[in-house]
Structures are given as C-alpha cells and as structure tokens.
Ligand binder design. Structure first.
Ligand code: HEM
Length: 251
C-alpha cells in the first residue's frame, strides 16, 4: 500500500491531506493576487509578467498540473469526509470543529463547490479566453508593445474589458466573498488539523485567519472595483467586436 492509500484510509489522514493541500492553495491564492495587483501599475507591468509566465511553458504547465492535482485531492478529501460525516456522527476537522457541529463542514463544502464553479468559469474566461465569455471579442488579438519593442498579448486590456461588464464584476465579487468565508474558517481549521490548538494560540489563529482572509478579499475585490470606477484602465478604448479591427496597442 503506498503512502497516499494509507493516508486516504484514515479520516485523520484525510484531514491532514485537506490541511496541507489547503495551505498550498492558499499560497497560490496569495501569489496570484500579488501578480494580479500589478494591474495598478503601468499596463506594461502586468503584460510583461503574463508574457514571462507564458514564455516558460515547462514551468507554467508543471505549476498548472500541480495545482490541478492539489485541487483534486482537496475536493476529493472534502467530499469523502463529508460523506463519512453523514454516514456516521459529525466529525468536522481534526480535534473537532470549534462548536463540535457538522453544519460548518457542510457550509465549507457548499462555499468550496461554488468557488470551484467560479474557477471553472474563470479559466474559460481568462485562461482559455473564450470569445463567448469576453463579449464576443477574441482577446488574443489584443496586443501591446513592451519597452524593448516585443509584441505581447495585452492582458491588461483583456482584464479591463472583462471587468467593465457590471455582471462579470458582480459575479467575481460574489465569488470573492465566498472565498473570504471559506478561507476564514478553512485557514483556522487547517492549523487545528495540524495540531496547533491550545488556549493561548487558538484565539490568535482565529484572528489571523479572519484578518488574512479579509486582506485577500480586499485585494481581489479592489480589481473589478477599480476598473468599474475608472481608476484603472481609463486609457483602454472600448474595442469593436470584430476581431480584425480589435487589435490595439497601448503605447
Ligand atoms: C479579480 C480577481 C482575479 C483576476 C483579475 C484574475 C486574473 C487571472 C488571469 C488574467 C488569469 C490568466 C492567466 C493566464 O493564463 O495568462 C488567471 C488564471 C487563473 N486564476 Fe485568476 N484572477 C482572479 C481571481 C482568482 C481567484 C479568486 C482564484 C482562485 C480561487 C483564481 C484562480 C485562477 C487559476 C487557477 C488560474 C489558472 C492559472 C493558469 O492559467 O495556470 N483567480 N486569473
């Protein structure tokens, strides 16, 4: 029996697995946020960052596959633990949930599944860049020039076009609120599952979880809000929908 099978067979093992994969996903969420906040700089900043990531396909695909496996394990462990909860007595995370009840794990499951649906939409929107989700615009035709003259995809303009649509921004804000709810409980549970729970540390951990999740929420929410209020992207013209005339440069 390999290590993963041994871990999977014990409910404590699955809780550790959830905690560790959750920690890795939190790391991604913070890193991704820092990357996206570059939208507050000159367009060239985020465009050269996106270009850099895409110019390293080995690294990019390695990270994508690692992320996919991490999400897969996190979701599978959550579904399996929740099924076990229903089949037996409520168990929550290692050490019992703060109130010893199972509603929190159900709540985590629902918010987690909605976030997962958001991520699928988000991947089709900004990674697969489907024209149907970008107002009929083929955003791959949006280009910009970097300082050294390299022509790259204009990811800055793609994001601005995306968030100018009120319903898209609203959907992102709803998903980010759920992410806040999920993280503020999930981060605290993660420490609990890893054994950090005593009278001294628990209140600090609970506060840290709430503050960190709120900072993440503010960071992500600031992007659609900044676009909608015109604080970001004022120089991006509304592009016609025909791909042949959609190419624009920001310099
Ligand atoms: C305002 C909020 C957000 C913005 C502006 C944003 C922006 C982007 C962009 C532009 C990409 C495409 C990267 C590329 O392929 O070039 C992307 C990919 C991605 N985003 Fe977001 N994102 C946001 C929120 C989130 C959140 C909250 C999550 C997760 C909970 C998330 C998860 C992902 C994932 C998993 C990818 C795929 C990474 C890859 O292509 O390798 N994003 N995001």
């Amino acid at each position: 029996m390999n290590l993963l099978q041994r871990v999977w067979r014990s409910s404590l093992g699955k809780k550790y697995l959830m905690a560790l994969t959750g920690l890795a996903l939190f790391g991604f969420v913070v890193g991704h946020l820092l990357g996206n906040l570059q939208i507050f700089g000159k367009p060239e900043l985020i465009n050269s960052y996106a270009h850099f990531l895409k110019s390293k396909p080995g690294l990019l695909w390695g990270a994508r596959l690692g992320l996919l496996a991490t999400v897969g394990l996190h979701v599978a462990a959550a579904l399996s633990l929740s099924a076990a909860n229903r089949a037996a007595r409520p168990v929550g995370y290692a050490g019992g949930s703060a109130h010893g009840s199972s509603w929190q794990s159900r709540y985590m499951l629902v918010s987690g599944l909605v976030i997962l649906s958001f991520v699928v939409y988000h991947l089709l929107h900004f990674t697969a860049q489907l024209p149907a989700l970008n107002g009929g615009l083929d955003v791959r035709t949006l280009t910009a020039l970097l300082a050294d003259g390299t022509q790259v995809q204009d990811v800055y303009a793609m994001m601005v076009h995306g968030f100018r649509k009120g319903w898209v921004s609203l959907f992102y804000l709803v998903a980010q609120s759920l992410l806040f709810v999920h993280l503020s409980h999930g981060l605290a549970s993660m420490f609990q599952s890893l054994g950090f729970r005593n009278h001294v540390w628990w209140p600090r951990i609970a506060t840290f979880a709430k503050v960190a999740s709120f900072v993440v929420f503010l960071g992500y929410a600031s992007i659609p809000v900044a676009v909608l209020t015109g604080m970001v992207g004022g120089q991006v013209q509304n592009t016609p929908k025909t791909p042949t005339t959609a190419t624009e440069t920001l310099r």
